[in-house]
Design a protein around this ligand. Sequence first.
Ligand code: GLN
Length: 304
Amino acid sequence: MDFNQILKEIPQNVRPVFGKGRNADYIPALAAVPTDKFGMVLRTVGDECFQTGDANERFSIQSISKLFTLSLAIGFVGEELWRRVGREPSGNPFNSLVQLEYEHGVPRNPLINAGALVVCDVLLSYTEDAKQAVLDYVRVLSGAFDIAYDEAVARSEARTGFINLALANFLKGHGNLENDVDAVLDLYFHQCALAMSCSELSRAAVHLANGGVSPSLGETILTRAQTKRINAVMLTCGLYDAVGEFAYRVGLPAKSGVGGGIVAVLPGEYAVAVWSPELDASGNSMAGGAALEYLTTVTGRSIF
Ligand code: GLN
C-alpha cells in the first residue's frame, strides 16, 4: 500500500469541504484557530509513519482525550465502570442533558460529556493527582514529554462551560459522582485542553491497532480484551449522533474532538490522526471526515 502517495493526494481531495463547516465557537479559544489548517499522520503497527500538511502542529484534542481517560479508568476499575456508565450509542448531541435525565443520571456511554465526567470522577478517586496521571499517560504513549495542558483553552472553557456544569451537577444530584463537582470539571476541562499534534496522537493510539501493544515502546498498554472493548466503544459511540454516518462512510472505530481532530484505527494495520478545525453540525471535523473517507475508499480497507 503506497500510503505516502495516498496521503500526498488527500489535501487536494478534501479542499472542496473547506469553508462549509465552522470552528467550535462556544469555546472562545477554539473559535480563534485558523480555519485552513489541515494535518494527517498514519502510523502503522510496524511503527512506520506517513504524514501530510500540519502534521506536527499541536491543537486542542478536546474529546479525543476521552479515549485516554477511559483507557486509564478501565485499568483502575475494569468492568465495574459499567455500573456507572453505559456503553450504547447516544443518538444525541455530546452534551445532551435530556437523555441523562431519562436515564436517572447514568450516562449512555463514556465518550459523551456526561460519561467522560464520570470517568474523571473515577480517576480522581484512584489517583493522588489525576491531572498529572493523565498527562503522564499521554506523554509516555506518544513519547513526547513536553505535551502539556493549554491553560488558556482550559480557562476559556471553564468560563463558558455552563452546560458541562449542569451535567456535572445533575450527575452529583443522582449520586453518580464521588468527588466535588468543581474537581471533576477542572480535570475534564484540562483533559480537553491537552495540546497534541497528529503525529503524537497517532503514536498514542497505535496500540489500539496492535492488540494493545505499543510498537514504539514494545509494551502492553491494554490487554487484547480491553483493546477490543475500547475499539468497540469508539465504533459505536466515538462520533456521537453521527456515528452511524461515519461508520457508513469511513468504516473505522474513531474518536473525534471539537478542536477538529479525529483519531481512527484499522486493527492489525494502522492508527491515523487527522486535524482540521471546521466542524459539521454534530461537532466532527468536516475535512477530517472527508480525508478518512478518502483513505479507506482508495485503500479499499476498513473493518468491514
Ligand atoms: N470540551 C468540549 C465540551 O465539553 C469537548 C466536546 C467535544 O470535543 N465533543 O464541550
